[in-house]
Ligand binder design. Structure first.
Ligand code: URA
Length: 194
């Protein structure tokens, strides 16, 4: 992330400042067509300083590869940038504290579609309750920081590890996301096509 949108210092959340090893910023091209938004860094992400580098990240990487994409082709970030203690969900206050950074990132990347990985990011960006399994693959218009955005709901990759029946749901939602970037006619190619 360019220096102007990477968060290098933040003390907004007392508890997260105490629990984090570092701030975990988004990774990937600043003009990515697909922007994946997760919940919060876990232990591996906190250690390595990159979102989705643990088992969930492997699931995401594999699913991207199966669809002709590499991690470097997409942007990946989280609703909050610091690991919550014991991997608990971020609180409403923590989500609100970090919202400005997420909005700045969405604005800067200006993706074709924002893919929300799991309940927390789906509800955070759609600003309503979301039944993720039921709604996975659904595309919604949302206003984020005053801009019209397309948000596609997806189950969290970790869900496929706990419940293999979620693999199909996860895969179908990713298929929808990839179809959107294939269909939008902006001429960008996917990995391996050239
Ligand atoms: N889960 C998330 O939601 N985000 C990560 O970065 C890793 C796991």
């Amino acid at each position: 992330m360019s220096d102007d949108i990477a968060v290098t210092e933040c003390t907004r959340c007392e508890e997260l400042c105490a629990s984090r090893s570092r701030i975990v910023n988004g990774v990937g091209p600043e003009d990515a067509e697909l922007l994946f938004v997760g919940e919060a860094p876990g232990e591996n992400e906190d250690e390595q300083g990159e979102p989705f580098v643990g088992r969930s990240g492997d699931v995401l990487d594999d699913a991207l590869r199966d669809r002709g994409l590499a991690r470097r082709d997409v942007r990946i970030t989280n609703c909050v940038r610091c690991r919550p203690p014991d991997n608990r969900d971020p609180t409403v206050e923590e989500l609100a504290n970090c919202r400005e950074y997420l909005e700045q990132e969405i604005d800067a990347v200006d993706p074709t579609v924002v893919v929300t990985l799991g309940k927390v990011p789906s509800e955070h960006l759609l600003e309503r309750s979301v039944a993720v399994t039921k709604e996975a693959g659904g595309l919604h218009d949302a206003r984020i920081a005053g801009e019209a955005r397309r948000v596609l709901v997806c189950v969290h990759p970790a869900a496929t590890l706990y419940d293999p029946s979620q693999r199909e749901t996860f895969g179908k939602a990713l298929d929808e996301a990839v179809a959107l970037i294939d269909d939008d006619g902006n001429g960008q190619s996917r990995l391996g096509e050239f």
